[in-house]
Design a protein around this ligand. Sequence first.
Ligand SMILES: NC(=O)c1ccc[n+]([C@@H]2O[C@H](COP(=O)([O-])OP(=O)(O)OC[C@H]3O[C@@H](n4cnc5c(N)ncnc54)[C@H](OP(=O)(O)O)[C@@H]3O)[C@@H](O)[C@H]2O)c1
Length: 496
Amino acid sequence: MIEVPVQGGGQVQHVATTQLPTAHGVFAVHGFRDGRGEEHVALVLGTPEALLADDAAAPLVRVHSECLTGDALGSWRCDCGDQLLAAQRAIAAEGRGVVVYLRGQEGRGIGLMAKLSAYALQDAGADTVDANTSLGLPVDARDYAAAAAVLRHLGLRRVRLMTSNPDKAAALRAGGVEVEQVVGVPVPVRTDSARYRQTKVQRMGHLPPVGPRWSGERAWEALLAASSHSGADDLADDLPDAHADTDAAASVLLERYSPLATGRALVIAQVAQSLDGFTAARTGDAHYVSGAQDREHLHRLRALVDAVVVGVSTVVADDPQLTVRACPGPHPVRVVLDPRARAPLGARVFTDGAAPVLWCTSSERAEAAAQGVAGRSHVQVVGIDVPSVVPAGALERSRVVTTVLRALHDRGFGRVLVEGGATTVSAFLAAGALDRLWITTAPVLVGDGVPGLRFDGADLMADALRAPSRRFVLGEDVAVELDLAAARASSASGTS
Ligand SMILES: NC(=O)c1ccc[n+]([C@@H]2O[C@H](COP(=O)([O-])OP(=O)(O)OC[C@H]3O[C@@H](n4cnc5c(N)ncnc54)[C@H](OP(=O)(O)O)[C@@H]3O)[C@@H](O)[C@H]2O)c1
């Protein structure tokens, strides 16, 4: 046992060292007991050489006071849990650093039961300072001498301290540890802890909170930038992990859209349907199947692709614009799949000039179609070979899918969203052309209407098409994303 006396009377005994695998990496964990019998731990990342190198920046250190409610129970009344996670992430990002976790400091040193009593007073309107004092307790009874002793035991004489509490920096300096820099701890802004954080700044001299580096807005910009460089291999490196230094909005966007933004050539599809599986009412009315959050999701998908494809019946029924309006982002090229050239010439996509349009029609009808849109510079007619079988069967439709995708690839449009209707999405699905399929289900029953996906199915459930999935709640709707490319890869390798 090694005893490390420090100025101010703090002393610790080293008890044990072992490994702690965590979500943020494998830390060495050192256990200590102080002179009052309290037990503390230090989570250490990096070798002693890396931590103590004189020619490198001082290592990041967090001195964290135990908070059962915030750290273990996930409470948002305080920012302790968020701070602990942020510190571990920051240390993991640098590859070295230390979290000194001080026990016996619950509720800024007043103990768990007193903290709960103070919370009850806060529920009745008191702030965190007045709640403590009206219970006859100190506002902050913590003591960081043990933390300085732990750091000295580890050999750390200079640190960059992650804190907003100037008392911690002062205590470490008094304990013989040089604080070269005070680094803010980036934590999400939460309504539940907003007043508590404000009181710490206004009445306890804490530094103002540091926001996370990645806001939703910034994360979205990064996703757009990554998608506009489709084809590069190292794009994932430019995007942060969804759970690292991000606010809640950034985290959602990164988790949901990183696979799309960083994927290579990619064909995805999106359909919104009722609980009983219809994409529109029997009159063809689809305004609106799903809610506002699903509309925003659809616009984000549009913004991340080069081209958006719709079948002609959707143009006839909905007269859609197919532009990006519910979020920032570029409009995709709009593709109308219309072998028989029956889209109305007055359709908005043909008249609004908002973004280029490719009108894909059979080669025989292409010339007449081109005459119909003459002078509309944003519209280009693309003649495609369409099998003459009427009505087109699954095989013919698959051939059309291949032809259209080739035409898009030839024009440099590798990232494609097939947006509907279900007939068109089904044709792409049956052709094995979809990498990812998003289906949003809304809590509504239509009874009878335009059906959802239809394709040659399986006789047995065991043979039904299954794929790895992700699920997202969009207001009242639920969006499920199927990773069809992964399902194909695993069935090709015989692992499914
Ligand atoms: N809820 C949603 O997410 C959503 C989205 C979009 C649309 N909608 C609704 O769905 C309805 C329209 O959808 P829908 O499924 O009936 O039709 P659709 O998919 O919009 O259009 C189907 C038509 O496009 C042509 N087509 C598409 N793919 C083809 C292929 N691979 N090969 C040959 N031709 C192809 C065919 O035209 P021809 O018939 O001329 O051969 C086909 O009949 C509308 O009521 C609309 O409001 C709902």
